[in-house]
Design a protein around this ligand. Structure first.
Ligand code: EPZ
Length: 418
């Protein structure tokens, strides 16, 4: 397993270009199952999770061509409705094939994804919503077995805001008979991007980006082309890295409007964030970072996927800060590794209190999930000495060439391939 080594103490300076959003590309690639013919997607990030979903699409019978950041998918040959455990467990977002398979083949057998490091990650709301659209669903030997003669529009209320739940039900409803209303729907930009693709395919979706989405079923959809939106979490990670290292970084190909909550909190911490020419940001880190309290919330609140990275920033801030994680029940795993680097953090339930000002020291640490591994790399950028992050396959799931991008900004970072 590869390791990443970082020698701390070098401010980041220069320009970085942000890749396409993993969490938009995944549902959009799956949406190709809803039609026949070639769909072309541009700005698709080169990530492990993208390779995993492509493997699953091919397993189901689709043809896939990939060249650089362009991926083409033709699901005319879709015949297999079975998404096996060995594929689904490596990438939970595989659950997104459930809605399209029921819609297209009237049948689906998808492995329950199971939990992961950050939480139990149930999919009960996906199942409940599909049942409300008329699918007969049983759980057998760890698999969701679904059948539906014809899906029928209905009104669905999500007890909890769920991003992939909203996306799954949106894809199930676009070809159903009649109108579906999704209430308490997720408002993430990735949900909006999926609705935009589906509407370009001929769907009739209104209200994406708000908590009430109205979907009028249509007879069929046609293939389309689409450019994936920038990854707001990758952009946010580099913004924190710039602030953390007292750097001066221009971030290109990002969408500042998707980052309002983070920009607000970074400015509160005295980090200079300026919007530049439409799709850029200029971030300058101060000598002294101020402590700021954060609570993670569904979009447009502060993103849970930026919680671990922001915690590292607060380790460098002067004073006490409180971070409350309201989305996942176990998303402080990075804390114990940061404590091994000298961070002064106390966790109680879903709240972490960070006493800033401690100088982090380099150490061998272990990545446990995608965003935790990003936080350990950020910590290595400012720690005294060398930090060695193991199990970096976690980071390769969601960050394209992170060590190359950081090295181009002046970080002393390298990957040891094993
Ligand atoms: C999406 O996961 C993202 N993944 C996650 O990003 C992100 O952290 C999360 O949304 C929250 O923003 C993708 O988009 C591929 P949820 P998702 O369903 O959809 C509960 C990353 O780092 N819930 O919005 O799986 C759930 O337990 C990943 O890129 C139910 O109770 O998350 C959680 O507490 C990590 N029942 C809350 O809702 C359900 O049926 C939000 O989860 C579904 C969810």
């Amino acid at each position: 397993m590869d390791r990443i080594c970082i020698e701390g103490g070098y401010p980041l300076k220069g320009e970085v270009s942000i890749s396409g959003a993993k969490n938009a590309a995944l549902p959009i690639l799956v949406s190709s199952l809803l039609t026949e013919g070639w769909n072309t997607y541009c700005n698709v990030p080169r990530l492990r999770d993208i390779s995993t979903i492509i493997k699953l699409l091919i397993h189901l019978g689709a043809k896939v061509e990939r060249e650089g950041d362009i991926v083409k998918v033709d699901a005319s040959g879709l015949k297999n409705y079975d998404a096996p455990y060995d594929l689904v467990r490596t990438m939970r977002a595989s659950i997104l094939v459930l809605g399209p398979l029921i819609s297209r083949l009237r049948k689906a057998r998808v492995s329950l994804p199971g939990g992961c490091a950050i939480g139990a990650r149930p999919v009960n709301l996906h199942i409940k919503g599909l049942q409300q659209l008329g699918a007969d669903i049983v759980i057998n030997h760890g698999y969701i077995e679904a059948e539906a003669h014809r899906l029928k529009g209905n009104e669905i209320y999500f007890d909890v805001v769920t991003v992939t739940g909203t996306e799954n039900l949106m894809m199930a409803a676009v070809l159903a008979d009649g109108v579906t209303i999704l209430r308490n729907a997720a408002r993430e930009p990735e949900v909006v991007a999926l609705a935009n693709v589906l509407n370009r395919m001929g769907a009739s979706i209104r209200g994406a980006g708000t908590s009430v989405i109205r979907i009028k079923g249509v007879k069929s959809l046609r293939p389309t082309t689409f450019t994936i939106v920038p990854d707001r979490i990758e952009a946010g990670t580099f913004m924190v890295a710039a602030g953390l290292t007292s750097g001066d970084v221009k971030i290109r190909n990002c969408e500042p409007d998707h980052l309002e909550a983070l920009i607000y909190k970074l400015r509160q911490a005295r980090i200079i964030v300026e919007k530049t020419n439409g799709n850029g940001l200029h971030v300058v880190g101060p000598e002294e970072i101020m402590s700021v309290d954060v609570e993670t919330l569904p979009y447009p609140g502060f993103p849970t996927d930026m919680q671990a990275q922001f915690m590292v920033l607060m380790c460098r801030a002067s004073g006490l800060s409180v971070i409350t994680e309201t989305i996942f029940e176990n998303r402080f795993i990075h804390v114990s590794e940061l404590q091994r680097m000298g961070a002064d953090i106390i966790v109680s339930g879903n709240t972490a209190v960070i006493r800033g000002g401690s100088r982090l020291s380099g150490a061998p640490v272990m990545a446990t999930d995608l965003r935790a591994s990003a936080s350990l790399i950020l910590a290595g950028l400012v720690a005294e000495g060398v930090t060695e992050v193991s199990r970096v396959y976690h980071i390769d799931r969601g960050y394209e060439n992170i060590e190359e991008k950081l090295s181009n900004l002046g970080a002393r970072i390298c990957r040891i391939r094993e």
